[in-house]
Design a protein around this ligand. Structure first.
Ligand code: GTP
Ligand code: MG
Length: 149
């Protein structure tokens, strides 16, 4: 089954949005496979966002992601990568639809409260990057037959 890496960024933690954001993924019907509060070291932030290294905003992005604790999550489900990106909304919160996390809860690209993997391959890569072995749980959710026929 598909996996995605979702991260509540430091602004989401500081603004008290952790419960609200986790709740949206839970209510949709996805399964939580990993969860921790974590102060991200600079090297990990740089590795995570290495595709954006050449962008002018890269140093600011690294400062932002390392500016306070983040909430790291693994979520599992059919189509979870694309669906989570829809729940999160557009990168620039001013362009994000109402009803999405960024559309409802954020204003600026540089403070867009949450990250979501952009492909199933990156979902795997990012979960392996942010979690150690033993930090993830494989478990059977009793609601599954009520979510999928
Ligand atoms: P993530 O889920 O965090 O990866 O966001 P995304 O996939 O919607 O956007 P992308 O991967 O292109 O950029 C990663 C992050 O870099 C964004 O979520 C923003 O936090 C930040 N970022 C992207 N573009 C800009 C920009 O033009 N200015 C600033 N300040 N930050 C940006
Ligand atoms: Mg991205």
């Amino acid at each position: 089954v598909e996996q995605t890496y979702i991260m509540i960024k430091p602004d989401g933690v500081q603004r008290g949005l952790v419960g609200e954001i986790i709740s949206r993924f839970e209510r949709k019907g996805f399964k939580l496979t990993g969860l921790k509060l974590f102060q991200c070291p600079k090297e990990l932030a740089e590795e995570h966002y290495k595709d954006l290294q050449s962008k002018p905003f890269f140093p600011k992005l690294i400062d932002y992601i390392t500016s306070g604790p983040v909430v790291c999550m693994g979520w599992e489900g059919v189509g979870v990568v694309a669906s989570a990106r829809k729940l999160i909304g557009a990168t620039n919160p001013l362009n994000a639809e109402p009803g999405t996390i960024r559309g409802d809860l954020a204003v600026q690209t540089g403070r867009n409260v949450v990250h979501g993997s952009d492909s199933p391959d990156n979902g795997k890569r990012e979960i392996a990057l942010w979690f150690k072995e033993g930090e993830l749980c494989a478990w059977a959710a009793v609601q599954e037959p009520w979510l999928m026929e």
